[in-house]
Every structure is written in structure tokens, then in C-alpha cells.
Design a protein around this ligand. Structure first.
Ligand code: SF4
Length: 273
């Protein structure tokens, strides 16, 4: 938590910015009579205009972005505490780099090589750029966090317990990933497999990769493998009739040449984990 508000009793508003509902159930849980956070002076209100604090859950989808922004702006400017509940709200969680997750255009990070980090920090940064006062922010990670963890976080907020954990800023550094030494083909396969993880969702990634590698094998027999692979991928996309698969294949093709060229040139390449 950055800064410490002097609050003994707070009114909170609950906002879902794309959560799977797991965190929301735990939030409701702490408000019901069993855990009863009202005994600490924490009261759920029906409008952000009356709220000191916002309990946010979810990875911040693009759909939820504008609504969430207006909600925070509707809160009184002081103290505007944000309580980020769940790993998704803290950092994007399992939705990290997912297609529906918001990415700040102001950050200058564009293109499919850069991740959509998600999480409420993206929106807070936008609001602060606009001159809005937001924060302090308290992060309660967990998927979902247990009610006891949420209560502990809120107890810190209202000054009932001292913070024991150290504060750590999220860093936007690339994760530099060096594959273990091994046959070049295997290194490429592992990299593509990792890339596919961000793309395929419910589809069978091993099968897609197997299909792609067999196209590569076929293309390598040709004098001009680059053109041949492009042709084979196009044929595959047309035959399979599933736009998602066609899209995956095209991205794999691009990634394949990026990695192969880097390896052939003896360069270390940067990859997202
Ligand atoms: S942190 Fe876990 S439970 Fe909470 S919204 Fe994300 S996936 Fe769902």
C-alpha cells in the first residue's frame, strides 16, 4: 500500500472490471454476517459518490475501462482509496496479455509483441496522467484471495494492523528468456509453443503446433522455404475453415521466421513468458 489513510470507518463500493466472479464471491463473503466486516466499520454502499474506497475485482477489460474510469471519477476526490482484490486486478492474472484486456496507448507499446498487462494499475496511471487524484492503492493478490486475506488487507487500510509485507513496484522490464542449449529445431518448437499459449485459449495447442511443424518440414524441402511456408499456411487456413486457427498459423509463421533468423544470426532473442 502506498501512503496510509487516516480512516476508522470506510464506505466501500464494489466494481467488477472483468472478473470471473471468483473474487466477487469472496468479496460478498466478507460482507455477509459470517465474516461481517461491518464490525470494523466497513459498509457497502450503492453509489461511488458516497464511497471512500473502491473494491475492484477483475483484469480490467477494454469493455470495462470507460465505466471504471467514470466510477473512480465519480468518487469524492479524497481519499479515493483503491483496493485491488485478486491477482487479476493486481497484474492481469490468468488474463494477462489476453485479447480483451486493456493496454494503455499512452505507454507507446504497440503491436502483438507487447503484452496487455491488465490490472487496475493501467487505469490509475491514465487517471493520474489526466491530473486526477487516485490512491492510496492496496493490492490483495490471490486467485481468489481468501476472505481472511481480504479482511487483513482492509484491516491494514483502516489502521487496525500494521503492514508486514514490503511494497514492490511492478516493473515493465522484458522478461529475457534464454532457452537451454539444444537442437535448433527443438528450441524453435519450444518458443512457438510458449507463444501459442497466449493465443489459443481453449484450442488444443499441441495439435496446432504439430500441424505447423509438419508444414515447416514440408516447406523446408522446397528451394524457397519462406514462400512455400506462406503458401502452405494459407492453404491450411482456407481448408480448416476456422478463422482462429488460421490466425494462429499466420502468427506462428511470423514468429518462426523471427526466431529462426535470430538464431541463424547467433543473436539472443527476447521473448515473453
Ligand atoms: S483472481 Fe482468480 S478468482 Fe479473481 S477474477 Fe481473477 S481468475 Fe477469477
Amino acid at each position: 500500500m502506498s501512503g496510509k489513510p487516516k480512516l476508522r470507518s470506510i464506505w466501500v463500493f464494489h466494481l467488477n472490471t472483468g472478473s470471473c466472479n471468483g473474487c466477487d464471491i469472496e468479496i460478498i463473503d466478507v460482507l455477509t454476517p459470517f465474516y461481517d466486516v461491518e464490525r470494523f466499520g466497513i459498509k457497502l454502499v450503492g453509489s461511488p459518490r458516497h464511497a471512500h474506497a473502491l473494491l475492484v475485482s477483475g483484469p480490467l477489460t477494454r469493455q470495462a475501462y470507460y465505466g471504471a474510469k467514470e466510477t473512480i471519477k465519480a468518487m469524492p476526490p479524497e481519499p479515493r482509496v483503491i483496493v485491488a482484490i485478486g491477482t487479476c486486478t493486481c497484474s492481469g492474472g490468468i488474463f494477462y496479455n489476453g485479447y480483451p484486456v486493456y493496454r494503455r496507448p499512452e505507454s507507446g507499446r504497440e503491436g502483438s509483441e507487447y503484452p496487455r498487462r491488465g490490472g487496475i494499475a493501467e487505469l490509475i496511471a491514465d487517471l493520474r496522467d489526466e491530473g486526477e487524484k487516485v490512491g492510496p492503492v492496496i493490492y490483495i493478490p490471490g486467485c481468489p484471495p481468501r476472505p481472511e486475506e481480504i479482511i487483513y488487507g482492509i484491516a491494514q487500510l483502516v489502521g487496525l494492523v500494521e503492514k508486514r509485507l514490503s511494497y514492490q513496484e511492478y516493473s515493465d522490464e522484458f522478461v529475457r528468456f534464454r532457452l537451454p542449449e539444444g537442437p535448433v529445431e527443438e528450441r524453435i518448437r519450444l518458443t512457438l509453443r510458449e507463444r501459442l499459449r497466449h493465443l489459443v485459449g481453449y484450442l488444443d495447442r499441441e495439435k496446432i503446433l504439430e500441424d505447423f511443424m509438419s508444414l515447416v518440414k514440408e516447406a523446408e524441402k522446397n528451394e524457397n522455404p519462406r514462400e512455400e511456408l506462406a503458401r502452405l499456411v494459407k492453404d491450411y487456413a482456407a481448408k480448416c475453415g476456422d478463422v482462429r486457427l488460421g490466425f494462429c498459423m499466420m502468427l506462428l509463421e511470423r514468429e518462426y521466421w523471427r526466431v529462426k533468423d535470430a538464431l541463424d544470426a547467433g543473436k539472443e532473442f527476447v521473448y515473453w513468458l
